[in-house]
Design a binder for this molecule. Sequence first.
Ligand code: ADP
Length: 258
Amino acid sequence: MVNLNIAIERKSYASNMPDVLGQLGFNVAQGEFVSLVGPSGTGKSTLLNMIAGLESIEAGSIRFNDQLLKGPPPCKLSYIFQQPRLMPWLTVFENLRLVMPDSAPFEIEKMLDKVGLKGKSDCYPKQLSGGMQRRVSIARAFLTRPDLLLLDEPFVSLDAPNAQRLRSILLELWLEHKTTVVFVTHDLNEAIQLSDRVLFLSSSPGTVLLDKDIDLPRPRIDDVHFQNWKKHLLSQNPGLLEGQVSDVASESFSRGFI
Ligand code: ADP
């Protein structure tokens, strides 16, 4: 299990380009589900890629259980992207076995069962719907029993019932595995439904505008109570979803900042 500490000073892609990320810092506790919410271009994917070791950290640090990130992440990490990124020439079963070559066939079948793909192990990705392919990518991510799971808008462009079913599957697996999760989305409803905490990012350069605990009981359904909670949050923080600074101070902006 992993505890993440993020303390970024700034990030840019080139010296002649504006900073994508400004100063931002936060902790993600072991087993916590944290969402990053903000408009397009606020550096959410950049930050996720930095945590995954795919993008350089020029100024600042990222720590995994106090261990400084310098190259490959020092823990078992799974990353679910917008696209399921399955190998088209491999069956569903083979796509899963690729990440865990030593896993017993029954373990793979059990994981497929959990994501609602019982009986689909011999199918090729092109024989599956978009939603089913994403189920495979969720199964693949959890099969390795990751300490840290990163997700970048994994349910975007799915129809509402499919996205809802996948969110439920994700939550069930997260509760079972107690994985630490960082989830990127621009959909506030999705973030409220899933997360323990939501971090709202400002537009360029990206910084944390608000670090908000979601204290609604689970399971969370989009009912009146849910909508009132959201309305209250937005009325207290106008401009939040546009990535603009409001007068309301962040509840715990500097939480974990070194
Ligand atoms: P978000 O995930 O919030 O939409 P991104 O992290 O994808 O934001 O992008 C933030 C900014 O960084 C955007 O202006 C984007 O064009 C730029 N950017 C992202 N990746 C690269 C890259 N590899 N090279 C140069 N600019 C990039």
